[in-house]
Design a protein around this ligand. Structure first.
Ligand code: BES
Ligand code: ZN
Ligand code: ZN
Length: 502
C-alpha cells in the first residue's frame, strides 16, 4: 500500500472513501468529521441525532455522499469515550477502519489526523494511525492457491492535512511507522511459515538477506564451529534432528565505536516436538512458532538499521529443531554447557533454556551493556498470564523499568514475575549443577532462574512470549496467528536507550 500526504482538505479531492472519527458522547462534531458533515448536508450529525451511531469504540457506519462531496463514501468510526482514549485504542480503531475499507473492496482511501482536540501530539497520532492500519491489514497467503481473489488489496492511502507546517512531521512519522510495521511483517512471516519451509538453515538465510539489505554484519556458525566453542547444551538439542543447527549472530553498529552493545538473544526452535519427552499431538502444529523470539530479534535488527538508530545492537539466534531422532537428547543425560556449568536433563521438552544457555554465554564475548532474551519458553507463562501478556523477569531494575515503559508505549504488555532465591531450590540436581526443569510449580520462574545462571554479571532481562507469539483470536490490530510480538517493544526500548546514551 502506497501512503501519500496531500495538502488540503477532504473536500478538495475525490476519494473512493474517507474516514471520519467521533468520540462517544460528543454532542458536537470536531476536526475532520465537522468539515465532512458540513459538506454532506449534516449526514454525520443525523447519524448521531437519530441515535444510530454513538461513537462507541470500534463502532462503524458507512455513509454514501451521493455527490455532496467529491468522495463517494464516508466511513464513520467510533473512538469510544474521550476519557478512556489512548494511542493503543487509536491503533485499533484505524486498523478496523482499514479492514472495513478492504471488505468494501475500496482500493484507495483517505483520512485526516485531525481527531478534534486530544492530549496527544501530531506525530504520535499519525504514527499510531499508520501502524494500526498496516499491522491490521497483514495476511499470510504464500501457500494459498484457491480463494485468493476474494479480498482486494488496498492500493493507496492518502493523508490530507491543511496545515503546511505539519506535513514534515506527518511524513517522518509515516516513514517510521512503515519501517517498524515492515519489520513486524517480517517477524510474522517467519513465524507463520511452517517448519518444513523454515528450517534453521532457511532461517539463517533469511537473516543473511536482511543483513545484506540493511548493511548489518552477520556471521552464521555451524555445528562444527559450535562444537569448537563447546556449545554442548545447544548441540545436544540439535542432535535429535537431521537439520543442521545454526547460531545466527547479527551486528548493527549505529552507536559510537567502543560503546557496549545491547545483546538480544532470541529462541529459534523452528519446530518443537518435545524431543524424547514428546508433546501430545493436539496443537503440536503450533510449535512451528517456537522460533518467534528469534524472528523478533531478526526483525528488530532490520527495523533498527532502517531507522538508523544511534545504538550498537547484537542479535543472537540459536536455531535448531527439537526432534526425537536416534541421536536425540534423553532424560537423565548430563551436559556440560559452554559456560562449564553442568545440566541434568529431566525433560527434553524444556529445550529452549538449553539452547539459550549457550547463546547467552556466547553473548558475553561482546561485553554487553545488557542482555535481553526473548523466547516462547514456557506453557506455564500462558497459564499464569494468559494469551496476551509477556512474562518479564530479570536482574536489573533499570532495564526492567525501561522495558515496562516501552511496553506501555507500544501496547505489547509485559508483567513482571519474581526471581526470588527460594525458587532456586526447585532446579537443584543431585547429579549435576542444575536440572533443566523444576517440578510443576512456578514453571516460568524456574525457567528464568535457569537462564539467570548463564547471564554472568551482565544486566539481564528475560521475556517469555509463549502466550502472545501466536494468537488463537485476533486483536484489534493483530490478525489471528503470528503476532510479531517483541519487535515494537524492542524498537521502542532501543530508541529510548539510544536517546539516554547520546
Ligand atoms: N516451546 C515450549 C513452550 C510453549 C508452550 C510455547 C506453549 C508456546 C506455547 C517449550 O519448549 C516447552 O515445551 N516447555 C515446557 C517446559 C516443561 C517441560 C518444564 C512446557 O511449558 O510445558
Ligand atoms: Zn519444548
Ligand atoms: Zn520450545
Amino acid at each position: 500500500m502506497k501512503i501519500t500526504i496531500k495538502r488540503g482538505n477532504f473536500i478538495d479531492y475525490n476519494f473512493e472513501a474517507v474516514v471520519a472519527v467521533l468520540f462517544e458522547g460528543d454532542k458536537t462534531l470536531k476536526g475532520a468529521a465537522l468539515i465532512l458533515d458540513r459538506e454532506c448536508g449534516g449526514a454525520i450529525s443525523d447519524l448521531l441525532a437519530y441515535g444510530d451511531f454513538k461513537g462507541k469504540l470500534f463502532q462503524s457506519a458507512v455513509l454514501y455522499t451521493r455527490g455532496s462531496l467529491p468522495s463517494k463514501r464516508i466511513l464513520v468510526m467510533g473512538l469510544g469515550k474521550k476519557e478512556e482514549f489512548d494511542i493503543e485504542k487509536l491503533r485499533g480503531v484505524f486498523s478496523k477502519a482499514a479492514q472495513k475499507i478492504r471488505e468494501l473492496h475500496v482500493e484507495k482511501f483517505a483520512l485526516s489526523i485531525d481527531l478534534g482536540n486530544t492530549d496527544f501530539s501530531m506525530d504520535k497520532i499519525s504514527g499510531a494511525i499508520i501502524e494500526g492500519i498496516l499491522l491490521g491489514l497483514y495476511k499470510f497467503t504464500p501457500f494459498k492457491t484457491v480463494d485468493t481473489d476474494k479480498e482486494t488489496e488496498i492500493k493507496e492511502l492518502t493523508i490530507v492535512e491543511p496545515d503546511p507546517e505539519s506535513l514534515d512531521i506527518i511524513s517522518s512519522s509515516i516513514k517510521e511507522a512503515e519501517i517498524i510495521s515492515g519489520a513486524v511483517y517480517l517477524a510474522r512471516d517467519l513465524v507463520s511459515t511452517p517448519s518444513n519451509e523454515m528450517t534453521p538453515t532457511i532461517m539463517a538465510g533469511k537473516a543473511c538477506e536482511v543483513a545484506s539489505q540493511m548493511g548489518i554484519e552477520i556471521e552464521v556458525l555451524d555445528d562444527v564451529e559450535m562444537g569448537k566453542l563447546e556449545m554442548n547444551t545447544l548441540l545436544a538439542v540439535a542432535r535429535g534432528s537431521n537439520e543442521p543447527p545454526k547460531l545466527i549472530v547479527m551486528k548493527y553498529s549505529g552507536g559510537k565505536g567502543g560503546e557496549k552493545p545491547v545483546v538480544l538473544v532470541g529462541k529459534g526452535i523452528t519446530f518443537d516436538s518435545g524431543g524424547i519427552s514428546i508433546k501430545p499431538s493436539a496443537k503440536m502444529e503450533e510449535m512451528k512458532s517456537d522460533m518467534a523470539g528469534g524472528a523478533a530479534v531478526i526483525a528488530t535488527m532490520k527495523a533498527v538499521a532502517g531507522l538508523k538508530l544511534p545504538v550498537n545492537v547484537v542479535g543472537i539466534i540459536p536455531a535448531t529443531e527439537n526432534l526425537p531422532g536416534g541421536k536425540a537428547l534423553k532424560p537423565g543425560d548430563i551436559l556440560r554447557s559452554m559456560s562449564g556449568q553442568t545440566v541434568e536433563v529431566i525433560n527434553t521438552d524444556a529445550e529452549g533454556r538449553l539452547i539459550l544457555a549457550d547463546a547467552m554465554t556466547y553473548a558475553h564475548k561482546f561485553k554487553p551493556a545488557a542482555i535481553i532474551d526473548i523466547a516462547t519458553l514456557t506453557g506455564s507463562c500462558v497459564i499464569a498470564l494468559g494469551d496476551n501478556i509477556i512474562g518479564m523477569m530479570g536482574t536489573d531494575e533499570a532495564l526492567k523499568i525501561s522495558l515496562k515503559d516501552a511496553s506501555e508505549k507500544t501496547g505489547e504488555q509485559v508483567w513482571e514475575l519474581p526471581l526470588w532465591r527460594e525458587y532456586e531450590e526447585l532446579i537443584k540436581s543431585d547429579a549435576a549443577d542444575m536440572k533443566n526443569v523444576g517440578n510443576r510449580v512456578a514453571g516460568t520462574i524456574t525457567a528464568a532462574l535457569f537462564l539467570k545462571k548463564f547471564a554472568g554479571d551482565y544486566p539481564w532481562c528475560h521475556l517469555d512470549i509463549a502466550g502472545p507469539a501466536l494468537l488463537a483470536k485476533e486483536k484489534p490490530y493483530i490478525p489471528k496467528g503470528a503476532s510479531g510480538v517483541g519487535v515494537r517493544l524492542f524498537v521502542q526500548f532501543l530508541k529510548e536507550w539510544a536517546q539516554k546514551n547520546q
